[in-house]
Design a protein around this ligand. Structure first.
Ligand code: GLA
Length: 382
């Protein structure tokens, strides 16, 4: 964990609010495979990482509550009554949303102060937003003894994102951030919201992330559009979610959906299958197969589901040129953020140099490269 970040946030809290906070770490996540399958009740394969949000929280005697975003040096003060999303809010709405969703569950909290900061860049597709939501709900649950289970907490975080941020996200990010296990990835069934941990040891291979450092602005509306396409195709098929459909089923309504929507639904059905196959490949230590599934996932995201962008496609194309990279794909919602790459450890350094130069030449901007450590989920920092 980032100890200087913890010290900074704790000190900021003490300076600003003149009391001693409880400290929480809430991680971001990666996702090995299973993209845009979560809101289709399908399978995903995420893991919490050692980067995320650090928050200090404490009760307050004042008649308002305050939140301080240390990275932006911005503060918001609010009353716990009549909460509403801010029209021009960004980070503020995650916090207000969590508070409002706690209240919607008839839980009572008093005024509080929170200060937070993080070490994953927003827009990297590593779920800094879920990490923030989880840190707030986790902190308030501790402070006010709300008796919420981890499952309750992630549903509150998810609802905050639906109702206060306006992204109809699935449950993957909040789940991975809350339930992460050190050195493990979680094969999560998003219907039952139960997961199976897989210890990750790729021996002479590792996972690295390459951040395009772009986030194209259409991402939220495109996300919600994709979700409603999936729901409408599921309805036509008379199933609860696309998770319940096969390619054969989809074929039977082919003449009733547009070719674009047909491809999107087909992508989801295939990606769900890939996530399950990837877990089997991993169990057998078959990294070649895992890598092929990862490349196929990108191909589907790019050409069928259409949530990639030229920067992500470029990075994956560069990876494909290198036989020591078994698989690479865009990760998260899309339209920017990171690619995840399964690479031979001996190749990592030279590929980093190569791809950084190539990216700079192509787009005249820098990409950032992260190695990752899989970590525990949201917890109190003692
Ligand atoms: C975002 C959402 C998740 C998931 C991914 C795509 O990260 O928050 O719920 O849908 O996109 O897999």
């Amino acid at each position: 964990m980032n100890t200087s970040l913890i010290t900074n946030i704790k000190n900021s809290f003490i300076t600003k609010f003149e009391s001693e906070p409880i400290m929480i770490f809430s991680p971001g996540r990666i996702n090995i495979i299973g993209e845009h399958t979560d809101y289709n009740d399908g399978f995903v394969f995420p893991a919490a990482v050692d980067k995320g949000i650090v928050a200090g929280v404490q009760k307050s005697d004042s008649n308002t509550s305050s939140a301080y975003a240390a990275d932006k040096d911005e503060t918001i003060e609010f009353s716990l009554n009549n909460l509403k999303p801010l029209a021009k809010g960004s980070w503020q709405n995650y916090i207000l949303g969590v508070v409002a969703e706690i209240q919607n569950r008839s839980k009572t909290i008093g005024n509080f102060n929170i200060a937070f900061g993080g070490d994953i860049p927003g827009g990297a597709g590593m779920s800094s937003s879920a990490a923030l939501e989880n840190s707030v709900v986790f902190g308030l649950n501790e402070l006010f003894n709300l008796g919420l289970s981890k499952h309750d907490m992630i549903l509150i975080s998810q609802k905050a994102e639906h109702n206060y941020v306006g992204v109809k996200c699935g449950i993957m990010d909040q789940y991975a951030s809350m339930f992460g296990i050190e050195n493990n990835a979680l094969l999560l069934d998003c219907r039952t919201v139960q997961s199976k941990p897989f210890e990750i040891d790729f021996k002479d291979h590792e996972l690295i992330l390459i951040n395009t450092n772009v986030k194209h602005s259409l991402s939220d509306s495109a996300y919600n559009d994709r979700r409603s396409v999936c729901e409408s195709v599921a309805e036509m098929l008379n199933v609860k979610a696309l998770r319940d459909a096969t390619e054969f089923d989809l074929e039977s309504i082919k003449d009733r959906v547009t070719p674009e929507n047909y491809q999107k639904a087909l992508y989801v059905i295939q990606e769900n299958d890939r996530a399950v196959r990837a877990s089997k490949a991993m169990q057998q230590g078959d990294l070649e197969t895992l890598g092929k599934l990862i490349y196929a996932s990108h191909d589907g995201l790019q050409n069928q589901y259409k949530v990639s962008c030229e920067e992500l496609d470029f990075l994956v194309a560069q990876a494909k040129l290198n036989e020591n990279i078994l698989g690479a794909r865009m990760m998260g919602g899309g339209f920017g953020g990171c690619t995840i790459n399964l690479i031979s450890k001996t190749e990592t350094e030279s590929f980093k140099t190569f791809v950084s130069k190539a990216y700079k030449n192509e787009f005249n901007k820098e990409c950032s490269i992260y190695s990752i450590k899989l970590s525990d989920g949201t917890h109190l920092i003692k």
